[in-house]
Design a protein around this ligand. Sequence first.
Ligand code: HEM
Length: 427
Amino acid sequence: MGFALVMLIATLFFGMLASFSYLNPEFYNQYIPFYQLRPMHVSAALFWIIGGATSCLLFFKKEVSEEGAKRTIAERLFINLWMITVVVIFLFYSFKKFGGREYWEFPPFLCLPLLISWLALMVAWFKAWLKAKDYPLYVWMWTAGICFFLFTFLEQNLYQIPWFRQSFLKEVIVQWKSNGSMVGSWNQIIYGCSLFLMVTLTGEDSIARTKTAYYFFFLSITNMMFNWGHHIYNVPSASWLRDVAYGISMTEWLFFIKMLQSFKEKMDERRKFKHLITYKFLIAAEVWVFFNLTLALLMSIPAINRYTHGTHVTVAHAMGTTIGINTMILMAAMSYILRVDELEIRDKRWVHWGYYISQASLVVFWVSLIIAGFLKGTRQFNFPHITYQELMVPVNYWLRVLSFSGAFLLLGFLLMLKTYFKALRKA
Ligand code: HEM
């Protein structure tokens, strides 16, 4: 968990530097250029989300399954091999040694230890549930996420087989498809964590047994398998795929909102107070689901999509969901595990301050990306003959706002993580 939190700091730090290097390439190109910072930032984000989700998963497994508290050999193998490989990946990045494909831009042979490590996690996972008699819904969600990650990870590496590289179109479709559906796999794990938290905080086991919850689960499974259509909008493929994919992904968001709402209703005041920090982050995730749902709906209108496709609006969608939803749920899960709510008021104050600073700066951050993207898209259409530099003049203003708010986002998280690390040491 500590390692995952370090990855979160790295994500924020590299992201901030990436935005500065984008705006001042002359200076940064001498030391650390954008093409180096972007993979560092994006890979750190993936390792934060996947590492954070699996560390929560391993902890919750001990709470729910019959297994003892002792860490198994398979778990140790997963944790150590994963961390060592990630460190090696960053060493390669720091020497500008790239390879692989988008989001996984390190030399491809490093995917092998990641794969072995994931298989070890799967062994540990399934072994723990062999003796169990009852499998609550969140266990199904975690299991689905773990299995589907393996599937999409293998798919993402298919390009290493020469046949997939023979046609550019074939390779691009498989790449974009697998990256799109991989998001579904970690969403399963993270939403499973949020469901577990709801059940534990409210003491209402029924939350995970309602018809709505099961509908949600089956819809999200369908989502994992079919919602990748919008990732290949730009490549020639069957058009019905897009319609089906978009319809399905929308329903998943709606069900998630419904579940959080029912959780809020069931939460009684006393418990709400006791788990205040955990609850706060779950509420933040709920708000960000609404924001991102609105953006996604607007982006799906063809007349708007025409201007936004491939611009910073897409980046707003990617970062809005990974920061606003995934990161907030992980912060909630970790605050529960590390018992942050039981710390002294003095320590909790840092989290409260950090929380408000990060939420406020995330709003500015997200809005500035949307405006930058929309400006770029409309200017591309309205002024097709101007130079790129001219095109970017008003856009760069909003990218400066983005950098500035990104620095506050980093500050907000650092304040919160100061307390999280203290709790981690105590734990
Ligand atoms: C927890 C925090 C963060 C997470 C999880 C995160 C995640 C991501 C992801 C997934 C992407 C890829 C987007 C895409 O391919 O469309 C991305 C790109 C990017 N992020 Fe972040 N990010 C975080 C914080 C930040 C911060 C604080 C900044 C600083 C301003 C930042 C600046 C950037 C930049 C400049 C890019 C590249 C955009 C491009 O290539 O057009 N990020 N981030």
